[in-house]
Design a protein around this ligand. Sequence first.
Ligand code: C2E
Ligand code: CA
Ligand code: CA
Ligand code: CA
Length: 286
Amino acid sequence: AKEHGKSRFKVFNQRMHEEALRTLELETDLRKASDSRELFVYYQPIVDLENETIAGFEALLRWKHSRLGFIGPDEFIPLAEDTGLIFSIGRDVLANACADAIRWGQLIASRYGRDARAPHVSVNISGKQLMQPLLIGEVESILEESGLEPGRLKLEITENVLMEHITLAEGMLARLRRIGIGLSMDDFGTGYSSLSYLRQFPIDTIKIDKDFISAAITDKESEAIVSTVVTLGRSLGLDVIAEGVETPEHLALLRMHGCRYAQGYLFSKPVPPAEAEAMLLEGFAS
Ligand code: C2E
Ligand code: CA
Ligand code: CA
Ligand code: CA
């Protein structure tokens, strides 16, 4: 038994060692990644269910490591936060997203006329970024350089980040709001906020987390939560987006509860910018 325990410890120890090495390697490589164009943005459409058009796109960061292939943002964003790289990476994502949104506006105008509604772009902002007061000036200067109307940019901040730093977050959100951009509470329902915080934070959109959407099919309580959030959102004048819409059943349930916006694999997975443009030009019929 002693031998056994010892070897198990050795295996465990080796795995920890390997993980630490991978983290170290990824951190080093991440430093070089933005210069070597290994980091880029994909877009996933957010669909307006009322008229089956694309209301906007969410920018989702991708890292294609030269040797390891695609590495998910859930793995490398925390590393970017730990190393402080998130600030320069985040700025690049924002600049790219605003420049692409300008192109979408031009494409839409040339295809459907000047009065056609151009899609917005949603950009994820991590906790570190939100707590950095320089973010405000950066957003302002990126908007100015790109020429994008502030109303066409939305920042997505997870419920947990907001709840961990309520007072600071409230102040930052208020300042961002004054610029005229939109603010979404991301992953709603996964954190520990109460519905009353929806009124406290100056947000205009709630994104219902994908776990609720999939659970709502079989679980009455999850369905009740989805329904409640949709109703509450409407009475507070907030847009509600359902995330992780994967099947026609998910969509039917959301329509039944009057949810206006949806995002998920049923419509499209996140795609490269050129494909997002093609989707816009085709007009959207899913
Ligand atoms: P998120 O903001 O909640 O983004 C939604 C995630 O769900 C994305 O994963 C997206 O690809 C995935 N998804 C979309 N539709 C479906 C669906 O129908 N089913 C399922 N199962 N998943 C779906 P992704 O791209 O791997 O991003 C993971 C997280 O990484 C994001 O979660 C976001 O928190 C973070 N992230 C991504 N890009 C950025 C960024 O530029 N900056 C920051 N700070 N965080 C980012
Ligand atoms: Ca998001
Ligand atoms: Ca989310
Ligand atoms: Ca998430």
